[in-house]
Design a protein around this ligand. Structure first.
Ligand code: EPZ
Length: 420
């Protein structure tokens, strides 16, 4: 199994290019099910999760030509509507095929994803919304079986909680439904916005894009004709590299990044004392010799993202005072705490709040990645830990970070991938 070996202490310097957003590419790939014509995607991140979803489409009968950052997907001959456990259990975002399969074919079977390392992560809100659109839903043998033989009907959906995947599934379902679907309390993440925009560019009337009320006039089951799609930059990857700059007290530049999408992270790093130069699609972070402590509460976009919580916790270990980090979205997203403490951090957990006390130094150790973002936090800590840090179980990282060690190496980090 591969692991990353990092020798801490190098200053970083230079520029790297941010890849396409995994969490935008996934719903975009799922949305190609709404079409029976070839769709061209560019700026895909070269990560395992993308390959997993493309594999699922081929298992459903889609034709996929994929080359690292580009894919042409043709779902004309799609002949299966069953998303099997073997794939969904590898990647819970496979649930994103539920809405489009049901909308296009009037039936589907999708394995229930189950819980994951960061929490229970139910899909009740997706199912309730599809039922409101006329779907008959049954859970049997670990699968969601959904039927709407005459197509889905537009409905008014009020989400009890803001859900990114739920909003995306209903946008895709609403695109081919009969009549108008209104989603109230919808997610506003940039990835949701991109999904709305590509569906709008395919001729569907959508209003309220980027707001908490989205209205979609469905095509009554007429398949969509997508234009070529370029995936937006990955805001979480960009935020992770800004944290790499902050924790190592270095100046680095991110190219092809969207600063607006990570304003909340930039604001927090600014409050910690870092300076920035932002122009067009480039962000440069400048170091500070005294990282100030920070208070963070994770919330929905445009607030501070849960997907940046672990990385900021790593940075906060190097601050000059006590930081408080509250996780509001997922009940178990603190698995990195004990691993950071193995590197010498002093972090205390009480319920959903972590108190991060300053330490003079971190020391290299063997640590284990537990989920995607927790893994990147361990790598960040390894960049400043004295001695050797080995980060194991990096298959989590490979799911969502495109060439992490290559990019850090280009910035001057002492990092290598080894096998055991
Ligand atoms: C998306 O997950 C992201 N994944 C996650 O990124 C991200 O952490 C999360 O949104 C929050 O921003 C993708 O985009 C592929 P949610 P998603 O539905 O859609 C509860 C990463 O590291 N909820 O917005 O699954 C849920 O338990 C990942 O890249 C219900 O109760 O998240 C959570 O507490 C990890 N019932 C909250 O809502 C439901 O039916 C938000 O979850 C659905 C969700």
């Amino acid at each position: 199994m591969d692991y990353l070996q990092i020798i801490g202490g190098s200053k970083l310097k230079g520029a790297i290019t941010i890849s396409g957003a995994k969490n935008s590419a996934l719903p975009v790939i799922a949305s190609t099910i709404l079409s029976d014509k070839p769709v061209k995607l560019t700026n895909l991140p070269n990560v395992v999760d993308i390959r997993t979803l493309l594999k699922l489409l081929t298992m459903l009968g889609g034709e996929v030509k994929h080359n690292k950052t580009e894919a042409i997907i043709d779902n004309k001959n799609m002949n299966s509507t069953k998303a099997v456990y073997e794939i969904v259990s590898q990647m819970r975002a496979s649930i994103l095929v539920l809405g489009p399969l049901l909308a296009r074919f009037g039936e589907c079977e999708v394995s229930l994803p189950g819980g994951c390392a960061i929490g229970q992560r139910p899909i009740d809100l997706h199912l309730k919304a599809l039922e409101a659109m006329g779907a008959k839903i049954e859970i049997k043998g670990g699968y969601v079986r959904a039927e709407a033989p005459n197509g889905l009907k537009g409905a008014k959906i009020v989400f009890d909680k803001i859900t990114v995947g739920g909003t995306e599934n209903i946008i895709m379902a609403g695109a081919l439904a009969h009549g108008v679907t209104t989603i109230i309390n919808s997610a506003k993440e940039p990835e949701v916005v991109q999904l709305c925009e590509i569906i709008r560019d395919a001729g569907v009337e959508i209003s309220g894009i980027g707001t908490s009320t989205i209205t979609i006039k469905g095509t009554s089951q007429k398949p969509l004709e997508f234009k070529d799609i370029e995936i937006i930059p990955d805001r979480i990857e960009a935020g992770t590299y800004l944290c790499a700059g902050a924790i190592t007290n270095s100046s680095i530049t991110l190219k092809k990044a969207n600063a607006t999408h990570i304003q909340s992270s930039i604001d927090k790093l600014d409050a910690m004392g870092c300076n920035f130069d932002i122009k067009d699609n480039e962000i440069t972070i400048y170091p500070t010799d005294r990282l100030r402590p920070i208070n963070i509460t994770t919330t929905e976009y445009p607030g501070f993202p849960t997907d940046m919580q672990a990385q900021f916790m790593a940075v906060a270990t190097m601050a000059i005072g006590d930081s408080l980090i509250e996780e509001r979205l997922f009940e178990n997203r603190f698995m990195h705490v004990s691993e950071l403490n193995r590197l010498g951090a002093d972090i205390w957990l009480k319920g959903s709040i972590a108190s991060v006390k300053p330490v003079a130094k971190l020391y290299g150790a063997n640590v284990m990645a537990t989920d995607l973002r927790a893994s990147s936090a361990l790598v960040l800590a390894g960049l400043v830990a004295e001695g050797v840090t080995n980060v194991r179980r990096i298959y989590h990282l490979d799911r969502g970070y495109d060439n992490l060690e290559g990019k850090l190496l280009a910035l001057g980090a002492n990092i290598k991938r080894l096998s055991e």
